[in-house]
Design a protein around this ligand. Structure first.
Ligand code: PMP
Ligand code: GLN
Length: 381
């Protein structure tokens, strides 16, 4: 059988490759982004209880209503915006799916989508599989901020969407108020949609305000804002998330969603509907993760790696040009095999070859894991 590939330039994701290599070489995995510490026991009991109570059949296609109501309540509390749980929230099997569905909802062949690189690895393939064209704008180290004048230059009559991700994976960069002002100025009076990937909304450091698109009604009306419970409650394997949009856009989003996933896992939705009432569980996340970041940075100061700033997410970039001339992928593979620590090469977040001698570490790990990993990293020559 012959297959005409829809994604001819794509291989297996770097997260799968590096986690596979970590397992094969029994390495400490600071690559793929997932916590290695336990999640909240109460949330686990709530899922068990939901199953025992018989929540084991389909919930509505849009998501379990009490969960959508709890999400609307949370958005009002955090961002002072009124969201209609009936028409503006859809529960999805993870953030990645929400992003893919939003892109599939609006993109037509030949449309252009502005993507900032480094970009989360699913964005470009998601655009291309819809026959649309990624228009890439490079962010520059060390702060990885957006040059909005460059964005203005890249806008054409075909620009259908701008994709944003704050706090950013892999750089840890975050959008500031002046970025939002520039964005508002650029899209005002146009038909440009916004995809805002906010899966790290609670992982933001030094009391910086998360510039959620949900705070801005003029941007909301043209946006799909995507979230992941996996990142908030340390349960990436649950693959549950949601998308928030205007009622009009959400109607179209649901047309795509209903014939792909239809409805998501019921007991986790029932459990989360109750658990979301506990504000402290998400409000405490920033300082919890900041402590991990600070501890990791302190440990890493004993190595030859040079840190780049991280203002959010659970990732930190480090440069290794004091250590090696190898390209980042070769370097990551070698240190996994020889030193037993897996990381992610930043070139994996670019469409074309780059070599900035920069790699990504995930610090959402137990203290002992970070300590053990750094003990090994100190030895790297
Ligand atoms: N966006 C970004 C930037 C991510 O890092 C991730 C990864 N975890 C996702 C989306 C997707 O999250 P999920 O696992 O819920 O699909
Ligand atoms: N988002 C996670 C990361 O960036 C991984 C998700 C995945 O493996 N697709 O590491």
């Amino acid at each position: 059988m012959q297959i005409h590939s829809k994604l001819p330039d794509v291989g297996t994701t770097i997260f799968t490759v590096m986690s596979g290599l970590a397992t094969e070489h029994n390495a400490i995995n600071l690559g793929q982004g997932f916590p290695d510490f336990p999640m909240d026991k109460k949330l686990i009991s709530l899922v068990n209880a939901a199953m025992e109570k018989g929540f084991n059949q389909y919930v509505p296609m849009q998501g379990y209503m009490p969960l959508r109501e709890a999400i609307a309540g949370k958005i009002h509390f955090l961002y002072n915006t009124n969201i209609d749980a009936h028409t503006q929230v859809t529960i999805t099997p993870g953030g990645t799916y929400a992003i893919y569905t939003a892109l599939t909802t609006v993109l037509q062949p030949g449309d252009e989508v502005i993507i900032f690189e480094p970009a989360y690895d699913s964005y470009i393939p998601n655009v291309e599989i819809n026959g649309a064209v990624p228009v890439l704008i490079s962010l520059h180290a060390p702060d990885y901020s957006i040059d909005w004048n460059e964005v203005r230059k890249k806008i054409t009559s075909k620009t259908k969407m701008i994709m944003l991700n704050s706090p950013n994976n892999p750089t840890g960069a975050v959008l500031r108020e002046h970025d939002i002002e520039q964005l508002q100025d650029i899209v005002s009076g146009t038909n440009i949609f916004i995809l805002s990937d906010e899966v790290y909304e609670h992982l933001i450091f030094d009391n910086i305000l998360h510039q959620s698109i949900l705070r801005y009604p003029d941007l909301m009306e043209r946006s799909f804002v995507c979230f992941s419970f996996g990142k908030v409650y340390h349960c990436t394997g649950w693959k549950l998330g949601y998308c928030v949009s205007s009622a009009e856009l959400m109607k179209e989003f649901r047309k795509v969603h209903q014939f792909n996933c239809f409805s998501c896992n019921s007991p986790t939705q029932v459990a989360l509907a109750e658990f979301l009432a506990d504000k402290e569980s998400y409000l405490s996340l920033s300082s919890f993760m900041q402590n991990k970041k600070d501890y990791f940075q302190q440990l890493m100061s004993q190595t030859k790696f040079t840190p780049l700033p991280s203002y959010g997410s659970y990732f930190q970039l480090y440069q290794y040009n004091n250590i090696s001339n190898e390209n980042d992928k070769e370097f990551c593979i070698r240190i996994t095999k020889e030193y037993g620590v897996a990381t992610i090469p930043v070139s994996a977040f670019y469409k074309s070859a780059t070599d900035s001698k920069t790699i990504r570490f995930c610090f959402a790990k137990k203290k002992e894991t970070l300590e053990m990993a750094v003990e090994r990293l100190i030895k790297i020559k």
